[in-house]
Design a protein around this ligand. Structure first.
Ligand code: HXC
Ligand code: NAP
Length: 265
């Protein structure tokens, strides 16, 4: 049996994707590659970058490349964006997906621990978007930040993440206002708990905690990485060409409130 044709055609499109060498973002990159895009990935670990580039070529990317970059360093991000544009041409899609997370009480964590997460998530997103907009296809480019439900809802032992991701949401909305005049769309996707990811392994490291998470969700189930990749493909497609400044929640009802006591109708 032959595999079904991908729903989206991204042949000729260039994607610059930070933090796309594992987890949710790696799956987004894989799906873009399957749709025929040219994909440039960056993250800190060169081993992860090289492994991902090989995977993307295997998955059907028109071409793939990458570079080791810490998103906290503007000069490094800018150099990678320039390398991407030089190799693949104007950038059609930009993903800022890198993040740092660990559970820690605010009274216990160091100022540097707080700063590390804010710098990776918020400053990193600014750096990626700010550098990429100068090489973006205008009009037509789609910018996507990966945020989290912590941006909208206070969360125990996540003050650093809540503050950083709330900043990401506001940054996305400000840039959508500023760059819409150039035909550049800027949106965020907010995933809920996604199965089999580093993020959930850190926040719910055992089955008892996972079960507590699941029970509280309206949909009573974790999401999977393709739920988020589907949203990213749509946001990048022509079908979303009037969508900007949106925080697209793909989160099983996480921010609706605690649904632990819900009963069958
Ligand atoms: C308290 C901690 C800590 C912990 C590190 N620190 N881990 N403090 N509890 N568990 C402190 C360190 O002591 C140090 O402070 C400061 O944070 C920086 O640590 P470094 O290790 O030097 O930083 P760095 O190498 O830059 O690593 C960044 C990191 C790391 C965030 C700490 O965990 C990382 O690289 N994470 C990337 C992967 C990741 O987190 N993925 C999950 C994303 S999921 P001092 O004062 O000692 O110098 C997500 C949302 C999930 O974001 C939402 C689910 C619903
Ligand atoms: P993950 O597997 O840990 O992925 C994080 C990625 O970011 C990796 O590619 C990592 O590669 C890169 N990265 C980390 N710090 C970086 C830095 N300073 N500079 C450049 N790259 C950096 O995480 P995940 O769980 O899939 O989460 C992915 C995204 O979804 C994050 O934005 C997260 O906040 C969001 N999210 C996740 C969940 C969930 O359930 N997992 C829920 C809501 C939101 P290197 O180590 O090589 O740098």
């Amino acid at each position: 049996m032959t595999a079904p044709a991908p729903r989206y055609d991204m042949k000729g499109k260039t994607c610059f994707m930070s933090g796309a060498t594992s987890g949710i973002n790696e799956q987004i990159a894989r799906r873009f590659a399957e749709a025929g895009a040219k994909v440039f990935v960056v993250s800190r670990s060169i081993e992860k970058v090289e492994r991902t580039v090989a995977m993307l070529k295997e998955a059907g990317a028109e071409d793939a490349a990458g570079q080791s970059v810490d998103a906290r360093s503007y000069p490094d991000v800018e150099a990678a964006v320039e390398a991407c544009a030089e190799k693949f041409g104007p950038i059609d899609m930009v993903l800022a997906g890198q993040a740092g997370n660990f559970p820690a009480g605010a009274a216990q964590m160091s100022a540097n621990a707080f700063k590390s997460v804010v710098d990776i998530d918020l400053l990193g997103t600014f750096n990626v978007f700010r550098a990429a907009v100068h090489k973006a296809r205008r009009p037509g480019a789609s910018f996507i930040a990966i945020t989290a439900p912590q941006a909208k809802r206070p969360w125990l032992f996540q003050s650093h993440v809540c503050a950083a991701k709330a900043g990401v949401n506001m940054l996305v909305q400000c840039l959508a206002m500023e760059w819409g005049i150039e035909g550049v769309r800027v949106n965020a996707i907010s995933p809920g708990p996604i199965d089999g990811t580093e993020g959930m392994d850190r926040l719910a490291p055992n089955e008892e905690m996972r079960e507590r998470y699941r029970k509280a969700l309206a949909l009573k189930a974790f999401g999977n990485r393709d739920d988020i990749a589907d949203a990213a493909l749509w946001l990048t497609s022509e079908g979303a060409d009037y969508v900007t400044g949106t925080i697209l929640e793909v989160e099983g009802g996480t921010t609706l409130g605690d649904a632990s006591d819900a009963m069958k109708i």
